[in-house]
Design a protein around this ligand. Structure first.
Ligand code: B16
Ligand code: MG
Length: 216
């Protein structure tokens, strides 16, 4: 049995459902560009960087643009996304998250965020969750996107815990792969068919307890 000393949480889709706001902003942009961007297409954007998300969205529409134009669109999408995020409140924290954070922290298990999002500090602030984490690694601190394990390895390093004693919670296939490549265990949040390789998949934290942590 592995001794779990740290829990590392992805943000979007694990702590809060920001995926729907990302989707609304990308869908509006696709509509302006003249094509339909479906909720199924949006699955491919989960866990990947802003620029890579734009490239996938343009690929779906069969559109090729130069770098300058892509940068402009990525910035515009982020402004639209932020207009949704600005209105977020702690009520949007996903069910069971606060109880789980409190229970692991009360046992001395460290907690970190490992997210691709450059908006992580603002989102945690809106949710009033910043103080629940001993380390916050986000898209501003990494150079390699998931499935590269950099974001989680930096989290383990900042916490002072060996990767083999960490467990990652992820809602995206790229994130599960990143955790496993980093030598960590991974609990998938969502549907098993979207999260191949995860050691366990649950629909959300209201289906996961402290007791289950040591059995993963
Ligand atoms: P931003 P996570 C990821 O966050 C999202 O899943 C992904 O859809 C998004 O493109 C990425 O953050 C970048 O977000 O535009 O806010 O920097 O799931 O790794 O917490
Ligand atoms: Mg995610």
């Amino acid at each position: 049995m592995t001794k779990i000393e740290a829990c590392i949480f992805d943000l979007d889709g694990v702590i809060v459902d920001t995926a729907r706001y990302h989707y609304l902003a990308w869908r509006e942009m696709a509509a302006e560009l003249g094509f339909n961007f479906t909720i199924e297409d949006n699955e491919r954007l989960k866990g990947v960087s802003r620029m890579r998300s734009l490239e996938i969205m343009l690929e779906v529409g069969g559109i090729t643009l130069d770098e300058a134009h892509k940068l402009e669109l990525a910035e515009r999408k982020n402004r639209d996304y932020l207009s949704y995020i600005e209105k977020m409140t702690p009520n949007e924290i996903l069910p069971g998250v606060i109880d789980f954070l409190n229970s692991v922290r009360s046992k001395g298990i460290k907690t970190a965020i490992g997210s691709a999002s450059k908006n992580t500090p603002m989102i945690l602030d809106k949710l009033q969750l910043t103080s629940y984490f001993d380390a916050i690694i986000d898209g501003n601190k990494v150079s390699e996107a998931k499935p590269n394990p950099e974001v989680f390895l930096k989290g383990a390093y900042e916490l002072g815990v060996s990767p083999s004693n960490c467990i990652v919670f992820e809602d995206a296939a790229a994130g599960v792969e990143a955790a496993l490549r980093g030598g960590m265990k991974c609990v998938g949040i969502g549907q098993p068919e979207n999260l191949p390789g995860a050691n366990l998949v649950v629909p959300g934290f209201d289906h996961f307890t402290l007791e289950m942590l040591h059995k993963v």
